[in-house]
Design a protein around this ligand. Sequence first.
Ligand code: SF4
Ligand code: SF4
Length: 86
Amino acid sequence: MKYKMLEGTSWTPCGEFIKIDEEACTGCKDCVKVCPGGVISIVNGKAKVMRYENCCECAACWFVCTIGAIGFSWPKGGTGRKYRWG
Ligand code: SF4
Ligand code: SF4
């Protein structure tokens, strides 16, 4: 992963803000391919969030999953990814 790009940011643990509907997931890997943080992997044919701490909260996984198998909500303020500018 390329998170040297995110130097100067910090991560505060938070709840599971990405929910994958395993019943709906086809294992197409689109979310894996689009994720800049290597956060999601395919496990037993289904997408699984493996590394929340690498997430930059871009929501690309949510947008790319056209069947709606990913639910996404940004972490509460003060948790998750913090950038220098807020
Ligand atoms: S894009 Fe959606 S259907 Fe495809 S692997 Fe990810 S969660 Fe599953
Ligand atoms: S929000 Fe962005 S960085 Fe986080 S898991 Fe989805 S695609 Fe990856």
